[in-house]
Every structure is written in C-alpha cells, then in structure tokens.
Design a protein around this ligand. Structure first.
Ligand code: BV8
Ligand code: ZN
Length: 246
C-alpha cells in the first residue's frame, strides 16, 4: 500500500508535473459533478438535450438558461483547499501545467496562472454564427430550470452560445496538443476528480504512463484510470491534495 506520504515524496521530487482535473475537484465547493449517483447533473438532466450542438439548435432558450444557471451558481461559490493545493504545486515544481475539463473558473480564483480549459469555459460566451466573443452579463438570482433567450450578437444578430465544448464538437487543437505534449514529457501526472469516461481527455493519463510518467490518481471512487495509475489515493480532493503538498 502506498500512502499519501510516499505520493507526496514522488510529487516533491518531480520537475515536470501535469495536473489533470475533473468535476470532482469542484464538488466540495458546491458545484455538482456530472456522473455521481444522486448528486450528478446527468442524474437529473439529459446530456443529449443540453450538451450538444443539436440541443442548442433545437431549443436555445432551454440550453442557454441551463448554462446561465450553472455559471451563476459558480459565481457564488469559492475555490476549496483542493484548488489551493494545485496552485501550491504550481508554485513549487519548476514546471507545472494544470489541465482541466472543468468549465468553472475556480482554478484561476485559487491562483493557478493559466489552466488549460480542455472543455472551454462558462465565462467565454461567443456568437454561434460568427464566433465573435460576447460579454458576460451580471447574474441576478439564478433559478434552476428557467428558460432564457440567449442574447444576440452585436455583429450579425446570431444567438450567443456558451463557450464550452459540447459532445460531438472538437476540442481546441492548441489546448489538446499542449496537454498531450506535456503528458509525454512529465515526470508525474496527477489526475484528480475525474471519472475518466470522456474522450479524448481520458487518454491524457494513459499518454503520460506510456511515456514513463508516474500517474497519481485522487478519487474517492474506483475509475477506469485505476489500472493506469501507479498510485491510487482514495479520498476527496479537499482532504488528499493538501496532504500531498505538505
Ligand atoms: C470529440 C462541457 C471529436 C460542457 C463536456 C464512444 C466511445 C468513446 C468516445 C465516444 C463515444 N461516443 C462519443 C464519444 C466522444 C465523446 C465522449 O467521450 N463520449 C463519452 C461520454 C462516451 N467525446 C466528445 O464528443 C468530445 N469531442 O470527441 O470530438 C471531433 C473531432 C473533430 C471534429 C469534430 C468532432 C467532446 C467532449 C466534451 C464534452 N463536454 N462538458 C458542460 O460542462 O456542460 S463533458 C463533461 O464530462 C464535463 O463537463 C467534464 O468536462 C467531462 C468529464 O467529466 P468529469 O469531470 O470526469 O466528471 P464526472 O461527473 O464524470 O466525474 C466526477 C468524478 O469525481 C467521479 O469519478 C467522482 O468519483 C469524483 N469525485 C466526486 N467527488 C469528489 C471526487 N473526486 C475528488 N474529490 C471529491 N470531493
Ligand atoms: Zn455573430
């Protein structure tokens, strides 16, 4: 059994670190994950009806309202000790890259300099027609399940869409290439709070392992990445990560 102190030593000796995060790191801030039973968003909502380009074409008010609810919820919560520990790793290791699947801004607010957002961000809306960036509006009381007509583009009057990557859409080539390149070169890849079910993000720890990096996983539950990780730490991000940087 490898305990958290052994893992902390491996991490402290690493020169190049990639931290890959998923929804689990924000769970203890009060942001719902996607696939956890009972609390996950996909328990209550149909991903196909909300997180695809087809869904936005079919019912833009439903989709825009749902994403505005999520953005406004995130504006009201704070980073937790897990996000803070990631920023501490970044401040300590000579070369750290934070790669997140999350569309929230909690890594930035905890002090991470420039996390790579593989699946985009709730804070970078753009025109669905001409891609022109649009302004983020102020949140009043966020209401779950409220339909909301998307604002219109100042340039072409097209509907504004959330700046996230939906199922069936390509990830930013630059973001993915950088993440994969860093994974090939890292000494340690720390994967935190991801179910490892969404591709191509789920390949990143496997790339690191294939190129000789040590994969450390932090998750309270088993995942398909258990077999890839040399070290599996079963616990929550806000408790395990601070112990890793002690
Ligand atoms: C693409 C943004 C090609 C929007 C998201 C069949 C097989 C293989 C692949 C596919 C397939 N069919 C389709 C595909 C491709 C598809 C895919 O992977 N599907 C899967 C689901 C089968 N992928 C895509 O479509 C991607 N694009 O492939 O493009 C292409 C190429 C060229 C041209 C055109 C197209 C795009 C995928 C992006 C989807 N967007 N989100 C939004 O937020 O609404 S996905 C969604 O899942 C999330 O946003 C998140 O980013 C991602 C991963 O989820 P997790 O972060 O892992 O969260 P999850 O809830 O699953 O797990 C939480 C974990 O935390 C759990 O393990 C839990 O135990 C743990 N946890 C809980 N509490 C804590 C904790 N851990 C620590 N501490 C705690 N306290
Ligand atoms: Zn436009």
């Amino acid at each position: 059994m490898v305990d958290v102190r052994d893992a902390a030593k491996v991490l402290a000796e690493a020169r190049r670190v990639v931290v890959l995060t998923g929804a689990g790191i924000s769970a203890e801030s009060g942001v719902p994950t996607f696939r956890d039973s009972l609390t996950g968003l996909w328990e209550r909502y149909d991903a196909q009806a909300l997180a695809t380009p087809q869904a936005f074409d079919d019912d833009p008010d439903l989709v825009w309202g749902w994403y505005e609810w999520r953005r406004c919820l995130i504006e009201r919560v704070r980073p937790n000790p897990g996000h803070e520990a990631v920023a501490a790793i970044e401040a300590r290791a000579p070369h750290t890259v934070v790669v997140t699947q999350n569309v929230d801004d909690l890594h930035e607010r905890a002090g991470s300099a420039a996390p790579i957002h593989l699946h985009g961000s709730l804070f970078t809306p753009r025109c669905a027609t001409c891609s022109r960036p649009a302004a983020v509006t102020a949140c009043d009381e966020p209401e779950e399940g409220r339909r909301l007509a998307p604002p219109r583009c100042g340039q072409c009057a097209g509907p504004i869409r959330p700046g996230v990557v939906w199922f069936g859409e390509a990830l930013s080539e630059e973001a993915l290439e950088t993440a994969v390149q860093e994974a090939t070169e890292c000494d340690v890849l720390l994967t935190v709070g991801t179910s490892g079910l969404v591709y191509p993000a789920a390949e990143i720890p496997r790339v690191a392992a294939m190129f000789g990096g040590t994969v450390i996983q932090v998750n309270p539950q088993p995942t398909p990445l258990d077999a890839t990780a040399a070290i599996n730490l079963h616990g929550s991000a806000a408790t395990v990560l601070p112990a890793l940087v002690k």
